[in-house]
Design a protein around this ligand. Sequence first.
Ligand code: AMP
Length: 113
Amino acid sequence: MTQETIFERILSGEIPCSEVHQDELCLAFRDIEPQAPIHILIIPKKPIKSLREAHENDQNLLGHLLLTAAKIAKQENLKDWRTVINTGEKAGQTVFHLHLHLIGGRSLSWPPG
Ligand code: AMP
């Protein structure tokens, strides 16, 4: 059995979050350690460990996550923003439930560290 991540505990309501959006496919909430004035996580309700484990039949879900990020960015009055998906420990993934970071509200440098 795979261990429940903190995001599954947020999805079940066991752990509170600062919710900004919810629909039948995903939940979005503010990151607890924001790296910018706006830092929101968009997570699928389906427990996919990372983008590596996503399948072809998740195409609609993955598109939905991106479009939801854009919708939230506009709601947050962001003109420019960055969406990030860390996949695997060496890429910075710490929670193994797929999630998309929406980051904005300040200038962002490139390349990332
Ligand atoms: P990643 O490093 O890409 O796996 O991103 C995980 C993110 O989850 C980090 O930015 C954390 O700050 C964030 N995080 C961890 N626990 C919580 C929580 N309880 N509520 C909101 N964000 C969290």
